[in-house]
Write a protein that binds this ligand. Structure first.
Ligand SMILES: [Zn+2]
Length: 480
């Protein structure tokens, strides 16, 4: 009997090994590599334009009273005088005071338009980090083959590369096949009122775009473990954004004779329960797409894991959850960001509040998440209300669609040896407001391993600028 059982287990094990190996060896690359066409050299003038653009302090501050309109109107005038032919040929509308919407009429009215997006604003330089910068953050400095400064990667490289390209093509009397809209929001870093207004405008005009391209993923060269080729990460969805305010009201009073449980105690327990019970990790569609695109390019062991997610799911999710970025890609994250309560050291506060920020995984609605939060806290005394900044995770762009395929093939033609993969964008971008304008939104900047994003010594390589110019030119020339 024992012998029979052993034999049975052995057969099952061998079958399992057989399936795993079969899946691994038949896990074929889904890349259709196109040879890159080498890019022309970047002209001195187009480099100067990028440097000049960086000198405008188009900063989005958390405090709206610090908004400096002169910088934004200055930047707008700079764009107009730097790209005169673009401004003669394309129509331009100013929305919400500073956001820009351009329309470049295409040859073929039967084809759906495309939208290229980027944003004009940048994040501030933190006072404490000012002295840590190697260069003047608004000096437009070129040094060690990099362009340095606030906004180089996020996101002026795209504003400038797009307009440089359009100016070049308009000067050649080129007209795109499809109508092209350019959208440059002015407050992406603080919620994107400009983008919201433009999205509403396009919807009112019944404009349905074939695809929309905005920032999100990047090109990463030799940074993905096990992969020696550069990878273009094309964002096909972005996580949702939700903040919940937790309010606890309890008996306050004098601190010399405290209640058994105070508002701060109750709130602390609620926060502890939230942090110690994270939402479950799972594969989303972009994550599955990433495994299918990168898996076949990886060494045997990783390839085997990615070829058999049904068996190695726990192992893969476990590995991802070890790093903060990896973890953010596989689950709805939870983190308290504001906590308030108390006014005096000898008074027990009646009210204590906290704000907890969540980034929702695609497929995990805010409603489901709030339900989960209630269960985790499991205390009726904690009042939970969502803040108005809520946005759901964006729908997932199909990788088989025209938009994704067009962007993937264009970046392959622009940068040597490149492979492409779908990807989940963890942060928030302006394009999340456009889900009703197009169901094909691709979040990708043609920049190679940018450094210092939102931080100190933000910079982008000259190679990236060259790639971006070449990418947009090939994209706009071939919009059939
Ligand atoms: Zn940005």
């Amino acid at each position: 009997m024992i012998k029979k059982l052993f034999l049975f287990q052995l057969i099952v094990l061998l079958a399992l090994v057989g399936v795993v190996l079969f899946n691994t060896f038949t896990f074929k690359s889904n890349q259709q590599p196109l040879a890159a066409v080498s890019a022309p050299e970047v002209t001195e003038l187009s480099l100067q334009h990028f440097q000049q653009a960086l000198s405008y302090k188009t900063i989005s501050y958390g405090d709206p009273s610090l908004f400096d309109s002169i910088q934004f109107t200055g930047f707008r005038e700079f764009l107009k005088s730097t790209y005169p032919k673009t401004h003669e040929t394309l129509s331009r509308e100013i929305v919400e005071g500073y956001s820009l919407l351009y329309k470049w009429e295409g040859k073929n009215p039967d084809l759906k338009p495309v939208v290229l997006m980027a944003h004009q604003d940048v994040v501030p330089i933190e006072e404490a980090t000012k002295s840590m910068w190697t260069v003047d953050p608004f000096g437009g400095v070129i040094k060690d083959n990099f362009i340095w400064g606030r906004g180089t990667t996020d996101d002026k490289i795209n504003v400038i590369a797009i307009l440089e390209t359009v100016e070049k093509l308009v000067s050649e009397n080129f007209q795109p096949e499809r109508t092209v809209y350019l959208i440059f929001g002015h407050d992406e870093e603080i919620g994107g009122k400009g983008a919201i207004a433009i999205a509403r405008l396009l919807k009112e005009r019944n404009i349905a775009a074939e695809f929309i391209l905005d920032e999100g993923g990047i090109i990463t060269a030799e940074k993905i473990p096990g992969i020696t080729k550069p990878v273009a990460l094309l964002g096909t969805s972005e996580k949702g954004y939700m903040s919940l305010k937790l309010t606890v009201t309890a008996q306050g009073g004098h601190s010399s004779m405290p209640e058994k449980e105070t508002s701060i105690d109750i709130l602390s327990k609620a926060l502890y329960n939230l942090r110690s019970n994270p939402f479950e990790a799972d594969f989303t569609e972009p994550m599955r797409g990433l495994m299918e695109s990168l898996g076949p390019e990886m060494p045997f062991v990783q390839r085997m894991a990615f070829a058999n997610p049904w068996l190695f799911k726990k192992l893969i999710l476990g590995t991802y959850s070890e790093s903060n970025t990896g973890d953010a890609m596989i689950r709805t994250t939870i983190v308290p960001t504001i906590i308030e309560g108390g006014i005096k050291d000898n008074v027990v506060p009646t009210v204590a509040t906290a704000v907890v920020n969540f980034r929702l995984l695609p497929g995990h609605s805010s409603e489901q998440a709030i339900e989960g939060v209630k269960n985790k806290i499991n205390d009726e005394r904690v009042n939970i209300t969502p803040l108005s900044t809520l946005s759901e995770a964006s729908p997932v762009t199909p990788v088989k669609g025209f938009g994704y395929q067009k962007i993937a093939s264009t970046i392959q033609k622009s940068y040597p040896q490149l492979i492409t993969s779908p990807f989940l964008v963890i942060g928030a971008t302006d394009s999340r407001h456009f889900t009703e304008v197009s169901s094909n939104i691709i979040k990708f900047s043609p920049a190679i391993d940018p450094i210092g994003f939102h931080g100190i010594d933000e910079r982008v390589s000259l190679e990236s600028y060259k790639t971006a110019l070449w990418f947009y030119e090939q994209l706009l020339r071939d919009l059939n």
